[in-house]
Write a protein that binds this ligand. Sequence first.
Ligand code: SAH
Length: 348
Amino acid sequence: MDDLQQLVQKLQNTRHLEKEEWAALIRGRTDMLAEYVFSLARKERHQHYGHDIYIRGLIEFTNYCKNDCYYCGIRKSNAGVMRYRLGEEQILSCCSAGYALGFRTFVLQGGEDGWFTDERMIHIVGAIKSRFPDCALTLSIGERSKESYQALFQAGADRYLLRHETFNAAHYSLLHPSSLTAASRQKCLWTLKDIGYQVGAGFMVGAPGQTPEYLAEDLLFLEKLKPHMVGIGPFIPHHATPFAGEPAGTLEETLFLLGLIRLLLPKVLLPATTALGTIAPNGRELGILSGANVIMPNLSPANVRENYTLYDNKLCTGAEAAAGIQELKDRMCAIGYQIVTDRGDSRM
Ligand code: SAH
């Protein structure tokens, strides 16, 4: 057994590594080391969640955004985007369609759109929770005030996804304009957790300027925050952003990090993301085989889907769309897993 394999064992035994150890693992990745990580990660995952895969119906309800993140295709300065908002009735009909397909978690995701005031969001959250009382509702609508988060929780929202994007402040400011800071992003996550949400943090793999040391800091932050969910996927360039010419993150590094995160937080809810499915045709299957246990198919109405392009070539049809759930079920069955009709709450 070599030094890096020993580090992986240490991670599994203690759920902790020092920063230099994380960086060494990430820098020293080989196919053999990755296979070792995946086999341990699958064992953990099977112990806590068996071979079940939880699904979440993703409703991208607005692509208006007041922010200008350098990597994101729906950033404010991209004038080439056809902007749209879904109304409450449209959102509810996405949920109905999803419910019939077996979804018991809905995720409302959008840009930071001032039109969706607390009052409007509270109304939408209340309507969804009263129509679908056996479903969990996740929000992913960026940074808001503590009062706003509190009011939405009170209205019935159960979970909140807010990727921290990168822990390191200098790296954060390489990816975002100065109006956005790592500190404020992280503070939101602590606040959400405090209020009682199941929270999801996460980051892009292979984001411009990312180093093994920065990734090590991300993993140390996850250890500290102990989120219920962690969303990671490869960075994929969008042609109309400042990062148009940057290389995408790799499949191999993303899978490796999925496996490591499963070993760090054994009970975490870990999606094989759309971005992962976008960079490789079997990306989602490989994600599941690396330790992921969640998939988030798209429930947005077909006519708006192509306008929610965070990055180029984003998948939104076939097994990627909620309506393609049978194909997804078949594909997961083929690798020995089953999609279940369940809220899929965290076991933490
Ligand atoms: N406005 C919400 C939702 C953001 S979109 C929020 O602030 O949380 C969801 C995630 O997509 C982001 O957190 C980011 O990590 C990811 N994303 C954005 N642009 C991307 C790109 N070019 N490649 C890969 N992932 C991207």
